[in-house]
Design a protein around this ligand. Structure first.
Ligand code: XMP
Length: 318
């Protein structure tokens, strides 16, 4: 049977009401579609009993904290923004293994969230977990593809009851729920964004320099592809962003050879993130992205376009 948000929304609201009862609940909002939709459902189900926390890890997209704050206000989500960026980057010095990076970020996230959730008196934790999250995190005889930042850990450590209203849904269904809840289009149509955020787009060790490079490059990729899709020059990809490699490659400036970082542009067509095909971006759009990145992003010297599908590749570069 086709998914119907009009049936799902009242059922999910009831589920949250029953689970939370007259207790208080807390949710971590990341700026992504899933947590915003889960928070909006909770705000509808248990108004006055919800605390929503946005932890600024420093790995957020350009302008993210401000955008999330504004969007939450519009959706009636009571949001507290906590800036912990210095603490996160401080913990990651010298770490280049992707799974270790994920673990460090996940653990610190739990600690920061716990510190901030304590005062709220919450007994229930609401999470925006969706089906691909737990499928890829292993269990039920499945191999772990990656340790998802938003799955597991939090409830056991915090002694909170868990409520995951979107657990059985796929991304396109979550968007339908967001639309059905009356969230602004830019929220429910927002491209997926990973829990560990830009940290998985700085390949290798995360340094402040490469983090700023990827933040700026991601903003340019989004702007150019949004503009090209709006002009119908191309189909809007399911996800589109930039990542930065740890190695520098050579370039020229005047008569000097200079060494700068290599940026990879990634854009994919997908339904649920489980499989994906690289997007066929018109060469002039790729050219505009490349020119802007090498002109505007200090430290970026070369731009490549990723033409691998998932599988064998993944969407993020870690
Ligand atoms: P990969 O890179 O495994 O990613 O092909 C599939 C989709 O999942 C997103 N992603 C995450 N989402 N927490 C999330 O909520 C995470 O830890 C995480 N890691 C990757 C990725 O952006 C893509 O859409």
């Amino acid at each position: 049977m086709a998914f119907n948000p009009e049936t799902f929304i009242p059922e999910a609201v009831e589920e949250i009401k029953t689970k939370v009862g007259n207790k208080k609940a807390v949710i971590a909002v990341s700026g992504g579609v899933d947590s915003m939709v889960a928070a909006a459902l909770a705000a509808k189900a248990i108004p006055g009993q919800l605390t929503a926390i946005f932890v600024d890890t420093g790995f957020m997209r350009k302008g993210e904290a401000k955008n999330v704050k504004e969007a939450s206000e519009k959706a009636g989500i009571p949001l507290t923004v906590v800036d912990e960026s210095a603490r996160f980057i401080g913990k990651l010095g010298g770490v280049s293994d992707p799974e270790q990076k994920r673990k460090i970020i996940g653990e610190l996230f739990i600690r920061v969230f716990e510190e901030n959730a304590k005062g709220s008196g919450a007994e229930v934790l609401i999470q925006g977990t969706i089906a691909p999250d737990w499928i890829e995190s292993g269990g039920a005889g499945r191999d772990t593809i990656k340790s998802h930042h938003n799955v597991g850990g939090l409830p056991e450590e915090m002694g909170l009851e868990l409520c995951e209203p979107l657990r059985e849904l796929y991304k396109h269904e979550v968007r339908m729920v967001g639309k059905g809840l009356g969230l602004p289009r830019h929220i429910f149509e927002r491209q997926p964004f990973p829990g560990p955020a830009l940290a998985v787009r700085v390949v290798g060790e995360i340094t402040q320099e490469r983090l700023e490079i990827v933040r700026e490059a991601c903003a340019i990729v989004e702007e150019e592809i949004d503009a090209a899709s709006a002009k119908e020059l191309m189909e809007r990809p399911w996800q589109y962003f930039a990542a930065v490699l740890p190695t520098k490659t050579v370039g020229v400036a005047g008569d000097e050879r200079i060494y700068k970082y290599t940026i990879i542009v990634r854009a994919v067509r997908s339904l649920d993130g489980m499989t994906a095909n690289f997007s066929k971006i018109p060469p002039e759009v790729l050219g505009a992205i490349s020119t802007r990145i090498t002109n505007e992003v200090k430290g970026a010297g070369r731009v490549l376009y990723d033409i691998t599908n998932k599988p064998p590749s993944t969407i993020e570069m870690e």
